[in-house]
Design a binder for this molecule. Sequence first.
Ligand SMILES: *[C@@H]1O[C@H](CO)[C@@H](O)[C@H](O)[C@H]1NC(C)=O
Ligand SMILES: *[C@@H]1O[C@H](CO)[C@@H](O)[C@H](O)[C@H]1NC(C)=O
Ligand SMILES: *[C@@H]1O[C@H](CO)[C@@H](O)[C@H](O)[C@H]1NC(C)=O
Ligand SMILES: *[C@@H]1O[C@H](CO)[C@@H](O)[C@H](O)[C@H]1NC(C)=O
Ligand SMILES: *[C@@H]1O[C@H](CO)[C@@H](O)[C@H](O)[C@H]1NC(C)=O
Ligand SMILES: *[C@@H]1O[C@H](CO)[C@@H](O)[C@H](O)[C@H]1NC(C)=O
Ligand SMILES: *[C@@H]1O[C@H](CO)[C@@H](O)[C@H](O)[C@H]1NC(C)=O
Length: 258
Amino acid sequence: MFRRTILSLVLGYCLVFVSAFPQVPTSFVLVGDSTTDNTTILDSGGWGNGFCGSTNITALTPSSLAPNTPCINTAKNGATTGSFLTDGSWNVTVATVQAEIAKGRRTLVTIQFGHNDMKIAPPESMGANLTIMVNQLRALGAEPVLVTSLTRRTFFDNGTIDDLLGPWADETILISQQEHTHLLDLHAHSITYVEAIGPDAAHRLNRSPDDDTHLNENGTIVFGRMVADLMAASFPRQLPIIPNFGLTFNITHGIASY
Ligand SMILES: *[C@@H]1O[C@H](CO)[C@@H](O)[C@H](O)[C@H]1NC(C)=O
Ligand SMILES: *[C@@H]1O[C@H](CO)[C@@H](O)[C@H](O)[C@H]1NC(C)=O
Ligand SMILES: *[C@@H]1O[C@H](CO)[C@@H](O)[C@H](O)[C@H]1NC(C)=O
Ligand SMILES: *[C@@H]1O[C@H](CO)[C@@H](O)[C@H](O)[C@H]1NC(C)=O
Ligand SMILES: *[C@@H]1O[C@H](CO)[C@@H](O)[C@H](O)[C@H]1NC(C)=O
Ligand SMILES: *[C@@H]1O[C@H](CO)[C@@H](O)[C@H](O)[C@H]1NC(C)=O
Ligand SMILES: *[C@@H]1O[C@H](CO)[C@@H](O)[C@H](O)[C@H]1NC(C)=O
């Protein structure tokens, strides 16, 4: 299974880079909460910087995308689907998407929620709001890509993850099936990986030692790559995602990189 995944990734990347395969100019826009967000203050920090790259010179983060690929992170700390839709954040996303589409670019929009939604309402409430987002993005001409919640790195003594986000991940999967969107199952893949590397290595990716939710620079590199690889596998040979075979090998073999 792992081997087949790697083979298809390698083939996908080779065809992108070796053949003269004409690629549609593509932009990425990210929507979500702090586990996607690109800020680096305490209690924030998600996988967005590892996916898009960050030019913050004190914490320069390499991009997972080909040079000059627009990747605009509109995720917001503390957001639920409901707050994101009503506090003006969604309007920023919509304006950003419209601008990319106006440039004639294929525009993929990742949507990942759950961490805060789970604190205020049952999964179906988030699901209804995800459906609104999906439909509005499609009406703009964009392609929504649903992403299940990045796992928290909270372990039971027996080394398995204490997974409170499961029902919200399941709801995201359900909406992707109902609405026929692409789905990146970051929740499942991140659980598999952190259980394989164990609590000590997993906690080295935390923003601060006791913050099992947010990511430091190394964490954003690891999980940004995980998202990029899931995206590349979901859209084979179509996207300007650049490979990092060493990191992909570590991720798919349960090896800690940091
Ligand atoms: C840049 O990264 C450093 C180190 O993580 C952080 O202290 C600083 O706030 C970041 N700056 C911005 C604009 O995110
Ligand atoms: C976060 O994303 C926004 C929108 O793409 C960008 O303007 C900002 O520079 C990014 N911040 C960092 C630290 O990369
Ligand atoms: C979804 O949106 C509705 C309507 O704005 C809101 O009442 C509800 O709290 C939202 N759900 C979540 C989980 O944010
Ligand atoms: C978002 O845009 C809509 C449509 O233009 C507008 O009605 C609404 O007031 C805006 N919301 C916020 C919070 O700015
Ligand atoms: C690990 O511990 C948790 C909490 O006690 C338990 O629910 C779970 O079934 C255990 N898993 C395994 C594989 O032993
Ligand atoms: C993969 O993991 C090894 C062992 O921890 C580490 O030395 C190496 O730097 C990692 N490679 C990448 C590309 O992260
Ligand atoms: C990231 O990993 C490097 C190499 O292991 C290490 O030197 C650095 O301190 C780590 N950064 C953080 C914020 O833990």
